[in-house]
Write a protein that binds this ligand. Structure first.
Ligand SMILES: NC(=O)c1ccc[n+]([C@@H]2O[C@H](COP(=O)([O-])OP(=O)(O)OC[C@H]3O[C@@H](n4cnc5c(N)ncnc54)[C@H](O)[C@@H]3O)[C@@H](O)[C@H]2O)c1
Length: 393
């Protein structure tokens, strides 16, 4: 993660976060470890919990704890433990929050409101979190400003698309070891993540079919060369189903009843609600863990459907999440926005804000530098031309 390391070296000299208490609720992966150490180098005290009960890498949690970071996270937390860990992070009364999915931000709004005034800025990492926060902004209930890290171009173009694309396939393969070539591979949702997953599954020789509810996204999928169908029609055809919608009950009882024996179900969206597990349970006579992260649900007529990673983020539960090369950019945005929050947080309204353009550009510029890629500079004449309007045919 060379961009983040570059930022860390500067942070170690400038100490832009000196004395600041940061509370982070992020997937506890090795990449998050690099971010946490960067924030610490900048002078912050960091306390960390997970943003999903099943995504913590215990080795990383232990290594950070050895570094003196307070970590409240382990793989396989119950829901109660998950919230207990979040509450422990809030006990430190953080000034800046790094969230992924908006659970800790919502916890402050619902149960720990006395802490809100002390929070300068919260930073949100993922689409689902941003959707929740925009809903809060619309209702006028947001108690502090939020920076939408997810919406930076250097985040979602790469992390959501290439990161989720590759690591979702990685998770499915690590869990099942199946051959993708020739499989009917259904991707629900053709947003940033779905597009990446569809693209990579096609690259492995799968026959990819997309489901959508948005006409423009559906059209894009068609023009990208994918078949688009409703879930009710494709349910009986698919060998592998992956949801990436940020929505709920995208695969439910009526679809599961139609599925082939041996169909594999996985979710790449933020919460474990995209595949209705209560529905799956209700039509099954038996449920058995047959491999790590693979549960077989046996239906009344003997057909078996396989659910990966308990319907939680398949790339984080069954693999190691996004590759460091993309998290380098996502977390560079997180680190630089924490610095921005210290300088400008007090001027921001209690709304969801975009990552400042200068941060987005800087991350792209630094990433290109670390990849030894140089680009052209416009000439004076070109600048004048693109800024003017008088020159035509
Ligand atoms: N696994 C990961 O590591 C990872 C990384 C980034 C984002 N995410 C999560 O993945 C989800 C998708 O994120 P995104 O950035 O692609 O969002 P997005 O908004 O770009 O795309 C979501 C798409 O799903 C479609 N959709 C919604 N409901 C649907 C339904 N019932 N059936 C079919 N399509 C439907 C929408 O029309 C949209 O095109 C979010 O929950 C996000 O938080 C996960």
């Amino acid at each position: 993660m060379p961009v983040l390391l570059k930022i860390r070296r500067r942070f170690a000299e400038d100490k832009p976060l000196e004395g600041t208490q940061i509370g982070a609720a992020l997937h506890v992966t090795k990449e998050t470890g690099v971010l946490v150490r960067t924030l610490k180098a900048g002078g912050a005290s960091v306390v960390l919990c997970g943003s999903n009960p099943l995504s913590t890498n215990d080795y990383v949690a232990a290594a950070l704890a050895e570094d003196g970071i307070n970590v409240y996270a382990w793989r396989g937390e119950t829901t109660e433990e998950y919230y207990r860990c979040m509450n422990r992070v809030l006990d430190y009364s953080p000034r800046i929050i790094h969230d992924d999915g908006a659970d800790i931000i919502c916890l402050v709004h619902e149960k720990r409101q006395n802490l809100a005034e002390n929070i300068i800025v919260a930073q949100e990492e993922t689409t689902t979190g941003i959707n929740r926060l925009r809903a809060m902004e619309k209702k006028g209930v947001l108690k502090f400003p939020v920076i939408a890290i997810n919406d930076a171009r250097t985040k979602r173009l790469f992390d959501n698309r290439y990161g989720t694309g590759q690591s979702t396939i990685d998770g499915i393969l690590r869990a099942t070891g199946i051959l993708l070539a020739g499989k009917k591979f259904v991707v629900a949702g053709y947003g940033w993540c779905g597009r990446g997953i569809a693209m990579r599954a096609r690259g492995m020789g799968a026959n990819v079919i997309v489901t959508e509810i948005g006409p423009v996204k559906a059209l894009e999928a068609v023009m990208d060369g994918f078949t688009v169908m409703p879930m009710t029609e494709v349910a009986a055809l698919g060998d592998v189903f992956v949801t990436a919608t940020g929505n709920t009950k995208v695969i439910r009882r009526e679809h599961m009843r139609l599925m082939k024996d041996g169909a594999i179900l996985a979710n790449a969206g933020h919460f474990n609600v995209e595949i209705s597990i209560p529905d799956l349970q209700s039509i099954s006579k038996d449920r058995e863990l047959i491999l790590p992260n693979v549960e077989a649900f046996t239906l009344e007529d003997g057909r078996r459907l396989y659910l990966l990673g308990e319907g939680r983020l398949v790339n984080l539960v069954c693999a190691e999440g996004h590759p460091p090369e993309v998290m380098d950019m996502s977390f560079a945005n997180q680190a630089l926005c924490a610095e921005y929050a210290m300088k400008h947080g007090k001027e921001l309204e209690k709304k969801v804000h975009n990552v400042p353009d200068e941060v987005d550009y800087l991350v792209a510029k630094l990433k290109l530098e670390t990849m030894n890629v140089t680009i052209d500079r416009p000439t004076e004449e070109q600048i004048k031309y693109t800024e003017g309007w008088k020159l035509g045919t």
